[in-house]
Design a protein around this ligand. Sequence first.
Ligand code: GTP
Ligand code: MG
Length: 263
Amino acid sequence: MEEPGTIYFTGTAGAGKTTCVRAFADWMRTAGYDATVVNLDPGLEDTTFEPDVDVREWVRLAEIQDEYGLGPNGAQVAAADMIALKIFDIKQAVAELKSDYVLVDTPGQIELFAFREASKAIVDALSGDRSAIAFLFDPALARNPGGFVSLAMLSATVEFRFRLPMLNLLAKADVLTPAQLEEVVGWSDDRERLYEAVTRDAPTPDVQLSTELFRAIEAMGPLLGLVPTSAKEGTGLEAFYQAAQRLFAGGEDLELSHAPTND
Ligand SMILES: Nc1nc2c(ncn2[C@@H]2O[C@H](COP(=O)(O)OP(=O)(O)OP(=O)(O)O)[C@@H](O)[C@H]2O)c(=O)[nH]1
Ligand SMILES: [Mg+2]
């Protein structure tokens, strides 16, 4: 059997990761594809979310807080280390389900996920050759040029840490007007437009800083190719699936034969 396509959903706190994983898994199942949903967030409190493999079976944030007298962030750090110790059990639970796709929800605190050695060990252990990181751009930040550039840098940092291909998503696209959406997607497709937006109307010191940040983005290589999605309205999920398929197929454009078109 071919190795599953594994996608880790990352992004700033509240960017919409958990909702997106659920919506994407629902979309995939409706379309006739099979997907395993993995929760890697030991602090997840949403009781309506029922992942197929749940890290809370092994490690629970509340218990770590109580047992070691830690706050939520300290407990997340300790939890990441504990998860790393259990990773082969988790990997086996995922493998037993034999799905084509594995969708992984990650803890809310991106810095915990991106900057801890334990997270790197977890991702390395779970990932095969067909793995990618979905990075969600929160429109609350992405709608402004400065916020957009900051998120692009964060996405690049995540890529640099994990050395996996990135799928950049604009989450909660439904909260933007069509004009805002066009503008934000335009920044990801066209660096000149982004540069113009970054330097427009900004006070001089900000222009200097933004210009430097922009140059850093420019040096990073390929354009972001942001895919707008809305978990709430179920839009953009097919486009995201196709982007993932292209990536896993090594650039080949696979035919999507039996998926509904709800974009
Ligand atoms: N309008 C709209 N709201 C959304 C969408 N997706 C998520 N939200 C809302 O955004 C908030 C955060 O969503 P979550 O899915 O919990 O985000 P998260 O990134 O998993 O959050 P943490 O794990 O706590 O960092 C919730 O109030 C969701 O209802 C969407 O597509 N559209
Ligand atoms: Mg979440």
